[in-house]
Design a protein around this ligand. Sequence first.
Ligand code: MRU
Length: 367
Amino acid sequence: MNNSKESRSLHTPSSGPRASGTVAIRWHGTSLELLDQRLLPAQEHWITLEGASSVAQCIQDMVVRGAPAIGISAAYGVALAARHAGGGDWQTEIKQAIRELSVSRPTAVNLFWALQRMERVFDDCGALSDAQIRLEDEAVTIHQEDLAANLAMADHALEAMGLSAESGCDTPISVLTHCNTGALATGGYGTALGVIRRLHERKLLKQVYADETRPWLQGSRLTAWELVRDGIPVTLNADGAAAAILAAGEVRWVIVGADRITANGDVANKIGTYSLAVLARYHKVGFMVVAPSSTVDMSLQSGADIPIEEREGTEVREIRGIPLAPEGVTVFNPVFDVTPASLIDLIVTEKGVVQNPGITGMHALFG
Ligand code: MRU
């Protein structure tokens, strides 16, 4: 697939005992392969990309989705822009690529974090050949760091739940999760789903309840698919069933991801997360947010400042072209909501855990 001597191939993470076999992003040095997540679970179709514009389009169309995976793909988009730059005004071409990628989706701050990191490297390059190597290295490093962060967060989370190896606790627990935060949404292994994988590895998982996560169905199409492939016990439920599940008293923790975390500990995540947090507090169930520090935006004071993406009404009105509602009915389709810090028990990052998050705890960890 990849033959030029200075470029590198990277699929990660199917190396090492703790990695899941599932990957969503494959880098080949001169091209990027993305698993088309719109077609799962029915089809595993890989799309090969050679330019930043097509990467931006794939992010917008949700071929690839999930905050960390969006950031990683955008970084590879910049590396592709350098790899295929025409040589003339290569700086303008790369700057244009960064601009195009930056408007693909508004809420997941990982996108802007990754582009800023790539831009810092770009600003330091004097020649195209230099930019080609260093931008690829930076994108690969962003990918590898994300996987390492996921593995570290799984350890931090188990410790924070009092389930670390040293705790001696061996009673399996049940948890509930929302959306997809697995290997498909990250550089591998997963954030919230990484914690769930680790519970399973340590024989501390009774079962996972996975919200289907309307309207885009990341829970039924992606999370259930990942967990079934890994032999992890999962029960799929309609979003509306979460209240009854929490009321039944079996679930100990609701574990979710994040698209942006602000300086006061408010969290933006998939629509439906806020109602889950209210339910969890009412039923005295723990509520944990798992996200790498690339998802923390200390420049925003509170969740009210987070740009919330609204997508087309067709996503609600129909599924795969089959109408679910009268044609043209008005639809409100915000794809994220904000959970106030006051409803969150733990924010778990690779840098550490913020208990009962607030301004003080966030600044203690993120300066
Ligand atoms: O619209 P999506 O599928 O990109 O939304 C994804 C989520 O809300 C995830 O929970 C979040 O990005 C964390 S993924 C590790």
